[in-house]
Each structure stands twice: as C-alpha cells, then as structure tokens.
Write a protein that binds this ligand. Structure first.
Ligand code: UT7
Length: 342
C-alpha cells in the first residue's frame, strides 16, 4: 500500500508517538549584557533583574535560520539512529524564515538529504516548537509517516532593532529539532497537547511591515517597521495567566496534578514569567527548567534548548512526566504532556 493511501485512510487507528531524540544548535558568537550596555541605554543589572538574561548567542551576518535548523536536525537524526531518508515529513516553526519562499522547510529538506520528505514552515512565533511537534506527531500517529522532524529555529537578531532597549536585550538566536516516531513502549509517549490562539492580542507583539499589509518601502525602513514591536507589559500579563491556565487544563483532563509533573519546561521569554507561572501551578523550583540566562528568548528554539540542558544535567530521564508550555505572538498558546521515552 502506498503512503498516500495509508495517510488517507479515515478508519486507521491512531498510533502512540514518542519523541525519539533531540538536537540543538546555537551560533558560537555571544552577546553579553555588558556589550549591550555599549549599544543602548541599559545595564547588566536591569537586564538580569527584569528578565534573567546574562547573554545570548547571535548568528554571524552570513548565517540564516536554515543553517541553524540543519545543524539541529542532523544532531537529532544522529540521536534517533535514523537517516534523513527515513523522514517522511518535516515542519519548521519559525518567525524568521530565510525567505518568504521557498520555505525554510524546503531548504532544510534539501540540505539534510531528506529525499522522501514533504513539509512546510509553521508560523506560531514562540509557540513554534509546541505547534510543530504536535503537527509532526499527527503525521506519525495517523500512520502517514513513520518518522517526522519537528524543528524550532530562529535568527531573531535579524528582526531586532538594536536601537530599541525594550526589545534588543531580550532575544537571541538558536535552533532545536526532535525526531518523532511510533512509540517503542506505549507508556512512553506524547500523552496530549492543548493549543489555543487569541488573535485579539496581535497588536501587542508584531513586525508591522514586510508582508502584504505593508510591503517594504523606503518609508517602512525609515520608520523602523521591519523590526519586532512589543507592548512588553501586555505580553507579560497574558503569558503568566495563559501559561498556568493551559497547564491546569491539560493536567486536569488527563487526571493529573501538578505534583505528578517531574519537569516543567516552559518557553523562555522572561525568568519572571516562568517563575510566576510555576508559582501559580505550585511547582517547586527543582522541577522548573530555566536557562534563559545563557540564551535569552530564542523564540522557536527555547523549549528544545531547555530540554537539552535538562537531559545533559540528568534532570530529565526516561519515564519522566514532562509538561511543556508556550505563549507567543498572535497570541499563540500551547501545552504538551510527554512521558519521556529515553
Ligand atoms: O516570547 C514572547 C515574547 N515576549 C515576552 O514574553 C516579553 C514579555 N514582557 C517582558 O518580558 C517585560 O515586559 C520586559 C522585559 C519586556 C520589560 O520589563 P518590565 O518590567 O515590564 O519593564 P517596563 O516595560 O514596565 O519598563 C520599566 C522601565 C521603563 O522606564 P520608565 O518608563 O519606568 O522610566 C522602561 O523604559 O524600564 C525601562 N526599560 C529599560 N531600562 C533599562 C525598558 N527596557 C529597559 C532596558 N534597560 N533594556
């Protein structure tokens, strides 16, 4: 039976799906708070206190999102013990694609040699990773494909205004990728996902120009409209409220309590947001992964970068119940429950 026929079979039973491996990549160059002090009117003390960030990685001028994504994807493939040719589907959650078209997914597909894969880019800003994993999971659960790649990758430094102290201190560049496959042990799988959008929040976080609404012109460049514009306080409040709300919802409907969670891995936008949300969930500090100090907000890459640190520190182990959460521009909101498979 061809893959197309299998994928279209409406009576097909869903399969349990696991995250088989994780790969990450950050560009080597580091931008510290003290370097930012030389660029805008800010201070190491303010940045650390208000955001928790000490430094972030910044791509060189000739490096684009697909370059980071390819490195992360290759590392994830090696970890899963599958070849690029085994991948049937790939999705790249990104806000900073190399170009509008071709998609970054097409560039990655070609570079890694995923000769049998199809795929696309997914626009969900800081929820790019949770949404991408959910999408890839469906491809495997349905039986359409045996192995899929979900990538979150961004070169935020390309759309950040390094004259705007309210945004330039926050963001960094990076990528993370996971291979999702049928679960070897049905207990160790992605248990559930919960996603929402609230489009009424759009004005709070956006890049005003460059799309079909306001195409690039001398004016849009002069007015600095090709950069991230943010109402920080509005995003902050929404993020705290929604992170805890969606986490409560996904736990409740799985008959779980916060006490059952072994590790909480939230999007890393601001240490205060993560701490406030974790507090509302009554999660003790040792169950909360925070690595924003080293990477800043890498948009689609924060959750895989945090998972990678937790794996390296052995804070994340086979069988652990992991709660992922994200809030991003849109607004997009996401949560996933994963019984870690390796
Ligand atoms: O991934 C999703 C995307 N983004 C987010 O989740 C971000 C959510 N928001 C935040 O993380 C925080 O709102 C920020 C970090 C962006 C700002 O922190 P805040 O504590 O909300 O500060 P604020 O915007 O209320 O500003 C307080 C003061 C202001 O000065 P005045 O008006 O009180 O004199 C700002 O101008 O801090 C000033 N300020 C700075 N001072 C030094 C803003 N940015 C800076 C800076 N350095 N970099």
């Amino acid at each position: 039976m061809s893959e197309t026929t299998r994928a279209g079979d409406p009576g097909r039973t869903l399969r349990a799906v696991q995250i088989s491996s994780l790969g990450t990549y950050v560009p080597p160059r580091v931008l510290t708070n003290s370097q930012l002090e030389q660029m805008v009117d800010t201070s190491d003390e303010w940045i650390l206190k208000r955001t928790g960030i000490r430094e972030r990685h910044i791509a060189d001028d000739d490096v684009a999102t697909s370059d980071l994504a390819v490195e992360a994807a290759r590392s994830a493939l090696a970890g899963a013990g599958v070849t690029a040719a085994d991948i049937g589907f790939l999705v790249v959650g990104t806000t900073t694609p190399d170009t509008f078209f071709p998609s970054t997914a097409c560039l990655v597909q070609d570079r890694i040699g995923a000769t049998r894969a199809w795929g696309f880019d997914l626009g969900a800003a800081c929820s790019g990773f949770t949404y991408s994993v959910t999408t890839a999971m469906q491809m495997v659960a349905s039986g359409a494909h045996d192995h899929a790649l979900a990538i979150g990758a961004d070169v935020m430094s390309r759309i950040i205004d390094y004259q705007d102290r309210t945004t330039c201190v926050i963001f960094g560049d990076g990528a993370g990728a996971v291979v999702v496959s049928p679960a070897a042990d049905p207990e160790l799988r992605i248990l559930d996902f919960a996603h929402e959008v609230d489009g009424s929040g759009g004005p709070a976080l956006r890049m005003p120009a460059g799309g079909s609404r306001l195409p690039a012109s001398h004016d849009t460049v002069d007015q600095r409209l090709h950069y991230v514009h943010q109402d920080g306080a509005a995003v902050f409040k929404f993020a705290v409220r929604k992170t805890s709300e969606i986490c409560h919802r996904i736990l409740d409907r799985n008959g779980l309590r916060a006490a059952d969670v072994d590790l909480f891995v939230s999007h890393q936008a601001n240490r205060r947001i993560i701490k406030a949300a974790a507090g509302q969930l009554r999660l003790p500090e040792e169950k909360v992964v925070i690595n924003i100090d080293r990477f800043g907000n890498t948009t689609g890459a924060t959750i895989p970068l945090a998972l990678a640190d937790a794996l390296a520190d052995k804070r994340l182990k086979k069988g652990d119940l992991v709660l992922l959460a994200s809030v991003g521009a849109g607004f997009t909101v996401g949560a996933m429950l994963v019984r870690w498979a390796y």
